[in-house]
Structure formats: C-alpha cells, structure tokens
Design a protein around this ligand. Structure first.
Ligand SMILES: Cc1cc2nc3c(=O)[nH]c(=O)nc-3n(C[C@H](O)[C@H](O)[C@H](O)COP(=O)(O)OP(=O)(O)OC[C@H]3O[C@@H](n4cnc5c(N)ncnc54)[C@H](O)[C@@H]3O)c2cc1C
Length: 395
C-alpha cells in the first residue's frame, strides 16, 4: 500500500528534499553513507544537528514552544522518508529522543528551561546509565546506590554498556535510593555531569572492532539533589516513560526500504540466477517492512493522541530491529567474499584509495556485526515479547 499525498504535502516533500540536497555538506554526506554503526561519530552527529537546529527542523515532535515544528503526522512521515533517502549522519538519540521527551513529561520547569535548549544546541551530549553488570533485562534489580547527604546524593557503584559515555558531557541514570517490597520502588532518576570527581570510564571494544560502549564507575560522586527528575524512589515511572520513546516514536521502515532499494540496484550487476534469487528474497522482506511501516504510522497517530507511544512501542522495537538484522544478513550474503575486505584507509573522506570490489564492501560487515546488538539494547527481543504479551495483548 502506498499513501497518496495532497499537492501541499508534495510541495512540502520537495522543500525537504531540496533542503537535504543543499544542507548536507560533502563530508557529512560521506559520513552518513559510510556508517559502520547505528551511531555516527560525535563530531558528525553534532555538525548535522547544528544544521537541522538552524533550519528549525531538529525535533519535529516536540511542542512548538520548546523547538518543535507543529507538523502534521503526514509531514513528519514525509520528513522521515526524505531523511532515509538522503542518508545524513545519525543524530545522537540520548538527549534529543530520550531525555528531552522525558524532561518534557516529567521534569521541573527549571530543568526544562536549563537542559532543553542545551540539548538542542548540542552543548550537552548525553549518555544513558541504566544497565549494570547484574541488571540488564531485569533492570529493576539495579544496585548502583545514591545516599542522601544534605543537598546532595553520594553515588557509588557501576554502569555498563553505556553508549558514548566516553564522549558524553552528561549522564541520565537510575540509582538505588531505597529498598522496598517491590524492586521497582526505591529507584531514583538523576542527571549528572561526566566530569564530576569520582567518575572513571573504561571503553569496551566489541566484535565489530569499535569501542562505542563503556563501563562507568562511581566512587563517592556528589550529585546535587536539584538534578533529580521526578520524586525520590519513583524514578521507575520516569524510566518507563522514557523507554517508550527509546523503543518507539521513530520511523525505521523508510530507512529499511531505502536499504532494500540499494540491494535491488546491487542485484542488477549479478548473474541472472543469483539476481533472481536475491530479488525474490528482497520482495519477501519488503512485504514485512511495509507491514512495519503501517504499524509505525499507527504509532505516530497514537503518540499524537496520548502524548507518548505507549506499550505498543515494544512491537515497533521488536519488528524494526529484527527486520534491520534480516536486511543486513542479506547484504552480507549478496556481497559474498567482498564482505571480507578490510580497508579502513579507503573509507576516509576524500580518500585516494579505491575500494577492492564494490564500495558497499567497506562498511557492510562492520555494520552487520554492530547491528547484532540491536535486538539486545533498549530491551532484548525476548523482553519485548514479554511486554507485548502482557501490556498489549493482555495475556
Ligand atoms: C550495543 C549496546 C548498547 C547499549 N547501550 C546501553 C546504554 O547506552 N545504556 C544502558 O543503560 N544500557 C545499554 N545497553 C545494555 C542493554 O540495555 C542490555 O544489554 C540489555 O538490556 C540486556 O541486558 P543484559 O546484557 O544484562 O542481558 P541479560 O538480561 O542477562 O539477558 C541475557 C539473555 O536472556 C534473555 N532474557 C533475560 N530475561 C528474560 C526473560 N524474562 N524472558 C525471556 N528471556 C529473557 C535475554 O533476552 C538475553 O537473550 C547496551 C547494550 C548493547 C549491546
């Protein structure tokens, strides 16, 4: 099924398309097309963020008074499709798509006034401190402790798998402030600067070769009590609200459909037998992605109606990440031996080194390896299925 746009919507699409064509510098376009992870480098993400901010298109879904666009759902969808087509660097989601909406929903006026403009201008770069070595899927068992000491909390413990902790200026985190009958109670949501005394950061290298995540240690770190979001011991409420935005609220189908198109183009150069086998599998994948597209449009409407994506966000997270893995698996298969090319020097912007084989061979396998984590972070697929069965299907 394809949506038909009105003449005004078509004009909007042309405007967005023209913007992407002129606003993306050659270096940013190169960075966006050669990503080896779902994250761009901090430098490229912030450079692209500034361009969107200056244009007023950085956070379309936020309320207008805080920088949102007041676009219709269709305009937001068109924007997502054009972004997928243009392939700019990825924006860092921790401030813009996670903490920002959480502060809008649960922060004090002072927190909103202080942090939201800084998030938009890229002055603060956030990381998310939830997981601990013994608390991932069962996040409520987290132990990193915060003890009240006058106007401060004193933090001790550790966080792990913290994406971009080594580049972040700030962390939003969940800490234990009490022990009650339920583990979800006694958790508090805090904001802290990463240069606070007592913080140590140790990067973790993954199978893809990149060290995008880190373990963070807290040794008597002082955090001002004004940096608490929500009530003490009630951080789980804030975390659940935020997780809905982490798991849903975006549109991954347009990008996946672009990836399928790229593979169709790649298939054209293959011998007949291989081409038709790949094309058949791409058609099957396209039907599944189009089903996701419809679900994402429904979720956009739901977010507009109730202010947050709701537990259905788990369904989008599950489908979006599993389909993105199905796509990267096909990309690796299609490349065959060229997937094994390791030529980082050919990846650099304005490199004089020609790739051995198809250019896609330079990034496909690193991205594939990195993307194996997509069905683990932000809650594994098994955990999403549990949530869907309880909160969506009522089983
Ligand atoms: C690349 C990457 C980036 C990440 N970024 C961040 C970040 O920025 N901030 C942060 O706080 N965390 C981050 N994480 C951590 C991530 O959220 C956790 O890895 C995830 O929640 C799973 O927890 P775990 O690793 O402890 O695995 P476990 O919870 O130990 O799970 C192990 C296995 O058991 C399964 N399982 C567990 N419980 C159940 C159940 N009840 N029913 C069925 N199966 C179950 C899981 O699905 C999984 O297959 C990141 C992780 C990765 C890999």
């Amino acid at each position: 099924m394809k949506l038909a746009f009105t003449p005004e919507e078509n004009a909007f699409r042309d405007e967005v398309r023209a913007f992407f064509a002129t606003a993306l510098t050659p270096e940013l376009a190169h960075a966006g097309r050669h990503m080896t992870s779902v994250y761009s480098s901090r430098e490229h993400a912030l450079a692209w963020q500034k361009i969107l901010y200056d244009q007023g298109w950085l956070v379309p879904s936020w309320p207008e008074e805080y920088g949102g666009c007041n676009w219709s759902l269709t305009q937001r969808y068109i924007f997502a499709c054009e972004r997928a087509r243009a392939k700019p660097p990825a924006l860092s989601p921790m401030g813009l798509s996670m903490l920002g909406p959480a502060l809008l929903g649960c922060g004090t006026e002072a927190q909103k006034q202080h942090y939201l403009p800084r998030i938009l201008r890229g002055e603060d770069y956030w990381c998310q401190g939830y997981s601990e070595p013994q608390a991932g899927s069962d996040l409520a068992t987290l132990q990193c402790s915060a003890v009240r000491d006058g106007d401060h909390y004193l933090l001790n413990g550790t966080k792990i798998w913290t994406t971009h902790a080594q580049y972040a200026t700030h962390m939003f985190c969940l800490v234990r402030t009490g022990t009650f009958d339920r583990p979800q109670k006694g958790i508090t949501f805090l904001l802290l600067p990463m240069d606070a005394e007592g913080i140590t950061i140790t990067p973790i290298r993954f199978v893809s070769g990149a060290a995008t995540q880190a373990q963070v240690f807290f040794d008597n770190v002082r955090v001002d009590a004004s940096q608490r979001v929500g009530e003490e011991n009630d951080g789980w409420t804030v975390a659940k609200y935020l997780l809905e935005f982490e798991r849903g609220g975006g549109a991954s189908a347009p990008g996946l459909l672009e990836g399928v198109e790229d593979l169709h183009t790649f298939a054209e150069a293959l011998p007949e037998g291989e081409r038709s086998a790949l094309t058949q599998r791409l058609h099957a994948l396209t039907s599944r992605i189009e089903a996701l597209e419809m679900a994402e449009l429904q979720a956009l409407a739901e977010t507009e109606r109730r202010g947050s994506p709701g537990p259905g966000a788990s369904m989008l997270k599950l489908l979006g990440t599993e389909l993105s893995q199905a796509l990267t698996e096909l990309q690796v298969e299609a490349l065959g031996p060229y997937g094994l090319v390791h030529q980082p020097e050919a990846l650099a912007f304005e490199s004089n080194v020609a790739p051995v084989g198809p250019a896609a061979g330079l990034t496909t396998v690193p991205f594939y390896l990195n993307n194996r984590a997509a069905t683990i972070y932000a809650g594994s697929s098994e955990v999403q299925r549990n949530i869907i069965s309880k909160a969506v299907l009522g089983l």
